[in-house]
Design a protein around this ligand. Structure first.
Ligand SMILES: Nc1ncnc2c1ncn2[C@@H]1O[C@H](COP(=O)(O)OP(=O)(O)OP(=O)(O)O)[C@@H](O)[C@H]1O
Length: 305
């Protein structure tokens, strides 16, 4: 496997803020890689340094085997960077916008129109970008990043602000882009999105990578409790706790929030046996840990979309 992105010890300070504090990461060619972290963790600054649009104070970066800084013209046709929709040119239509991006790379206007079709914007080709919906603008910005058929694509929160259906449509597009062999690096605020799309993720906070790996491996490493829940009111929490203890179940917490009675345990079998014996299984759900639990465990912060 060849390496698409290699970063070693990158650092960046803005005044008193150490925005990036020694980030090292490797992304292999063809991987779908996610950079996760709370607001202010340093994701965007890291991304900009990797893209070659911001200079690091220290550390080393190679994209496709070449240093991206100072701006490297040999790399530009090979990488795609999604600009925020707000950076579109004033008063241009969707078609004019993507054709302009295409012209920067000597890409034919026909190819630009093909990309509009691919992201489902042919019907909106004559709409001015400032009159497009959030979802349309996001799709256009992704198409503009891909119009020159780059092998490595950087996407900064591509699905932020979209409704659930539009997010899922965009997931299909991102999967296809990756399945064509392109390496994708994205930042996202949505942990379900990272879990579904990414081969590997890195969780950042305070300018550092706290943990990196396939989402399922990070979840397994967590060895967290399983949450068993049933409808509220079937058992009172105090007697439930005693019954679980009598059955030999190790239970971390039992609580009733008025909707659900939830039990956190590493030992679900005796808990389920007690609930069954008491005929207290209505609304039963058993939920293992998710990437959200990993995030909370690593950053100590509730995840906020
Ligand atoms: N141009 C800048 N000048 C000064 N401080 C900055 C600048 N850009 C970012 N910062 C600060 O650096 C830290 C990291 O910011 P960065 O935007 O990289 O984080 P982020 O993880 O992308 O956050 P978000 O999820 O909110 O976009 C923050 O404390 C931010 O306020």
């Amino acid at each position: 496997m060849t390496t698409a992105i290699a970063a070693d010890g990158i650092r960046k300070r803005y005044g008193d803020v150490q925005a990036v504090d020694g980030v090292s990461l490797t992304v292999e060619a063809g991987e779908f890689f996610g950079l996760l972290g709370p607001n202010g963790a340093g994701k965007t600054t890291t991304l900009e340094i990797l893209e070659g649009i911001r200079e690091a104070d220290a550390g080393r970066v190679e994209l496709l085997g070449l240093p991206p800084w100072p701006r490297n013209p040999a790399l530009l046709p090979r990488i795609g960077v999604q600009f925020q929709a707000s950076a579109f040119f004033d008063r241009l239509t969707a078609r004019e916008t993507i054709r302009t991006f295409a012209s920067f790379y000597g890409t034919a206007a026909r190819r630009a129109d093909d990309w509009l079709e691919r992201v489902g914007l042919t019907g909106s080709a004559d709409v001015r970008t400032d009159r497009m919906s959030g979802g349309q603008a996001q799709r256009l910005s992704i198409a503009c990043a891909l119009v020159h058929e780059p092998e490595l694509v950087f996407l900064d929160e591509p699905t932020t602000g979209l409704d659930p259906q539009a997010r899922r449509n965009l997931w299909d597009l991102l999967r296809d882009i990756n399945a064509e062999g392109r390496t994708v690096l994205l930042t996202t605020h949505y942990l379900d999105e990272a879990e579904v799309l990414c081969d590997r993720v890195a969780v950042m906070d305070h300018g550092r990578v706290l943990r990196a790996g396939p989402p399922a491996a990070l979840v397994r490493e967590l060895d967290d409790t399983v949450r068993v829940s049933v409808d509220s009111g079937l058992l009172d929490p105090e007697s439930a706790r005693e019954l679980f203890a009598a059955a030999g179940a190790e239970v971390a917490a039992v609580q009733d929030d008025g909707v659900l009675l939830s039990v956190a345990t590493r030992d679900p079998a005796p808990v389920l046996a007690v609930l069954a014996e008491r005929q207290a299984l209505r609304g039963l759900e058993v939920r293992g840990p998710t990437l959200e639990d990993v995030f909370l465990h690593l950053t100590g912060r509730e995840y906020r979309a």
